[in-house]
Design a protein around this ligand. Structure first.
Ligand code: NAD
Ligand code: UDP
Length: 319
């Protein structure tokens, strides 16, 4: 399956901006819809002059129409960092509910393929390890993370209902922790926090004992998986993530080593309902997409540190 013109909601966020770039490289025209709630216009300014790229500032939870035809709608608009969605609880639920409905309606009207950016958070604090797509999850529906987890679970249900009821050609990607250039230095997620703390000579803030695990995937691998899933015709859900599982404390130590920073690790309060272990079972992605991550943590984190370091150097030279 190949595409001519795509709508990417949340296209000026971290993942969305890389997806816009990847589609444009494949000669797919892109309309990037974003209200800059947690993303930044700067993430796509380099695309602004490029043929085939259009920026549309709009809140996806409000109805919209876009001129011209689409054959792909990729719905990424949603806060994604825990501190972001703790601060935007209702907006996050609305992006998962109304935003997904509006994006699905557009796909239905255009007969377009629809890709939902779902998340490993649908598995909550998992009781099955590693997590296959067949696992139903363990989510606290009234905990602080529920505004994100339940919004995404609802979005998956709505996407599936549009497929069953209206025959929309939908697919669902369950994305696991992804990192790389263009994450906001202050978005509060583990990787940008540790990298920026190390680069600015501050202690690395590890929550709890740091023995909780995450499996982090470099952005280029995740985006390659999203594009492969969109093109595959598979209905999903399909896990996209790197099964290289590590304790958060070990990740902090490795980032400190890569930056060469001489800073301590400071243990801070454990986060409420923080998933204790997370690791994708990617057997399905391997078999139906022939996809697997190719970029090691040491390679991905070096590229990420270099990107943040450039940004800091630029800020210093401006002052
Ligand atoms: P991000 O915060 O950088 O990007 C989200 C984008 O959506 C931002 O540009 C934001 O301004 C936009 N947005 C939010 N609400 C909107 C609204 N109502 N209308 C229009 N735009 C809106 O986060 P990200 O890490 O790039 O995540 C992108 C998507 O991928 C999200 O749906 C997220 O749930 C999913 N995801 C990301 C990860 C990850 O590790 N990065 C993991 C799992 C799932
Ligand atoms: N975390 C941490 N220090 C930070 C930010 C996060 O130790 O400054 C922890 C967080 O509590 C969690 C893990 O790192 O255990 C991953 O957090 P992140 O927000 O990156 O992603 P998520 O919790 O959504 O997997």
């Amino acid at each position: 399956m190949s595409f001519t013109r795509a709508l990417v909601t949340g296209g000026s966020g971290f993942l969305g901006s890389h997806l816009c770039e990847s589609l444009l490289r494949d000669d797919v025209d892109v309309v990037c819809l974003d209200n800059f709630a947690t993303g930044a216009a700067a993430n796509v300014t380099h695309l602004a002059g490029q043929a085939g790229f259009t920026m549309l500032e709009h809140d996806v939870t409000r109805p919209f129409e876009v001129e011209g035809e689409f054959d792909l709608v990729a719905h990424l608009a949603s806060a994604a960092s825990p501190p972001d969605y703790f601060g935007l609880p209702i907006e996050t639920l609305r992006a998962g509910a109304l935003g997904t409905a509006n994006a699905l309606d557009l796909a239905r009207a255009h007969g377009a393929r629809f890709l939902l950016a779902s998340t490993s958070e649908v598995y909550g604090d998992p009781l099955v390890h590693p997590q296959p797509e067949t696992y139903w999850g363990n989510v606290n529906p009234i905990g602080p993370r529920s505004v994100y987890d339940e919004a995404k679970r609802y979005a998956e249900a709505l996407t599936t209902a549009y497929r069953r009821e209206f025959g929309v050609d939908t697919t669902i990607a369950r994305i696991f922790n992804t990192y790389g250039p263009r994450m906001r230095p202050d978005d509060g997620r583990m990787i940008p926090s540790f990298v920026c703390q190390a680069l600015t000579g501050q202690p690395l803030t590890v929550t709890g004992r740091g023995d909780q695990t995450r499996s982090v995937c470099y952005v280029d691998d995740t985006v390659r998986g999203l594009v492969a899933l969109a093109a595959s015709g598979h209905s999903g859900p399909v896990n996209l993530g790197n099964p290289d599982e590590r304790p958060v404390l070990a990740l902090a130590r490795e980032i400190r080593e890569v930056t060469g920073a001489d800073v301590p690790i400071r243990h801070v309060d454990a986060a409420v309902d923080d998933p204790k272990r997370r690791c994708p079972d990617i057997s399905l992605a391997k078999s139906v997409l022939d996809w697997r991550p190719e970029i090691s943590f040491s390679e991905g984190i070096s590229r990420t540190v270099a990107w943040f370091a450039d940004g800091f150097a630029e800020q210093v030279s401006l002052h």
